[in-house]
Design a protein around this ligand. Structure first.
Ligand SMILES: Nc1ncnc2c1ncn2[C@@H]1O[C@H](COP(=O)(O)OP(=O)(O)O)[C@@H](O)[C@H]1O
Ligand SMILES: CC(=O)OP(=O)(O)O
Ligand SMILES: [Mg+2]
Length: 391
């Protein structure tokens, strides 16, 4: 009988899983998959450890599974796959750990309401993250579960980087910068020494450019600043999120254009970013292949904001030794990386065009003062490692 750890990454629109075999203390990916667009054109795809497809399924557009249906599907599907494999535990990505949880936590009945209480801080992520924890707890109460927080990696930031200039009572009430995508940045910091010692121990900006997008300043592998703050809306424009916006705009929209708080939430999280500016799609692939001028402007704004944030994070670091691209866009969109690197020429980044087109790990030229890298995102391995350690 073999042992395994299951990792679940439940997002706002997708449910992903990875199964890691555990042999002689080594984690080995044996199965992974995801159900995407849970409330739209829902589809399931599963792959084995080598990346070869093993199964797929589609739901009719009129009957998407939603989060609960997707979980039931996955429970039955995984149940059939596990055979004699013994599950040692389940690790989960939890977007918000608040100011309290700075490291992964073993799930107990007492922890669940504490995590639920953080829902107002991440209304579009936290409830979905908690759903599978509760489902596993109800079905298999003795199976150990571990909660791994996206915010935890950023607790190393100096206090000043975590502050807003509001009266102190608001900071004391939890209104502060938390930072997100921490599991992805932690993975980058973990593997960076095998790519570039100077980047690993120096001043590096990691760019997680996926559907959600953010950047993190790493000094010797520790987060010292990030573009996301109190919520996962701050910072870069994202697939459907606005990114940073003058708070005066929100007051104006409420007071003069009569948007309610829930209208504003929908606008900022679901209707803005690449989708809002292009009017076409939140998907970078669609925008890159579109001749529509609004789509091109959405891309231009995305890259412009990244360029400005890069300058800001380099200032927080006091220099720049390297940039690292990760996430769906960061790993696959050579044209976006080229634009970002071009805007970072003043910081010493010089692209090697051929390497960039091949998504080679090193995409900067040999004489580039700061190096540039493409490293695949792997939040799941970070979660699996924490889960193994806590068990
Ligand atoms: N080959 C590609 N070229 C350009 N963009 C891509 C490519 N593959 C994926 N992307 C983009 O990556 C984004 C999704 O990133 P991903 O990290 O997979 O998302 P999530 O945040 O949901 O995990 C989408 O905007 C998608 O268009
Ligand atoms: C925190 C966040 O933005 O997550 P995601 O990229 O999964 O939406
Ligand atoms: Mg993601």
């Amino acid at each position: 009988m073999s042992d395994a750890i299951l990792v679940i990454n439940a997002g706002s629109s997708s449910l992903k899983f990875s199964l890691f075999g555990l042999e002689q203390d080594l984690l080995d990916l044996t199965l992974s998959g995801q159900i995407e667009e849970l409330s739209g054109h829902a589809r399931f795809i599963a792959r084995d450890g080598s990346g070869a497809g093993v199964d797929e399924h589609r739901w009719s557009d009129s009957k998407p599974p939603g989060h609960v249906g997707a979980m039931h599907f996955l429970r039955d599907w995984l149940g059939a796959q596990l055979g004699s494999t013994r599950l040692l535990g389940v690790g989960h990505r939890i977007v918000h750990g608040g100011s309290r949880f700075a490291r992964p936590m073993r799930v107990t009945p007492a922890l669940i309401p504490q995590l639920e209480a953080l829902t107002p801080l991440a209304p579009l992520h936290q409830p979905y993250n908690l759903l599978p924890i509760k489902a596993v707890h109800e079905a298999l109460p003795d199976l150990p579960q571990v909660a791994c927080f996206d915010t935890a990696f950023h607790r190393s930031q100096p206090k000043i980087a975590q502050m807003y200039a509001l009266p102190r009572k608001y900071m004391e009430a939890g209104v502060r910068r938390y930072g997100f995508h921490g599991l992805s940045f932690e993975h980058i910091a973990d593997v960076l020494p095998s790519y570039d010692e100077r980047a690993a121990h120096g001043k590096t900006v990691a760019l997680h450019l996926g559907n959600g997008a953010s950047m993190c300043a790493l000094d010797n592998g520790r987060s010292v600043a990030a573009t996301t703050g109190f919520s996962a809306v701050e910072g870069l424009p994202m697939g459907t999120r606005s990114g940073s916006i003058d708070p005066g705009v929100l007051l104006y929209l409420q007071q003069q254009m009569q948007l309610t708080p829930s209208d504003l939430e929908h606008l900022l999280y679901k209707e803005s970013g690449l989708l809002g500016v292009s009017g076409i799609s939140s998907d970078m692939r669609v925008l890159l292949s579109s001749g529509n001028p609004d789509a091109q402007e959405a891309i231009e704004l995305f890259c412009y904001r990244i360029g400005r944030e890069l300058g800001s994070l380099a200032a927080a670091l006091g220099g720049l030794d390297a940039v690292v691209f990760t996430g769906g866009i960061g790993e696959h969109a050579a044209a976006i990386r080229a634009r970002v690197c071009e805007s970072a020429a003043w910081l010493g980044v010089q692209l090697d065009d051929a390497a960039n087109r091949q998504h080679a790990p090193r995409i900067s030229s040999a004489d580039s003062r700061a190096s540039a890298w493409v490293i695949p995102a792997n939040e799941e391995i970070a979660i699996a490692r924490h889960t193994k350690e806590l068990l």
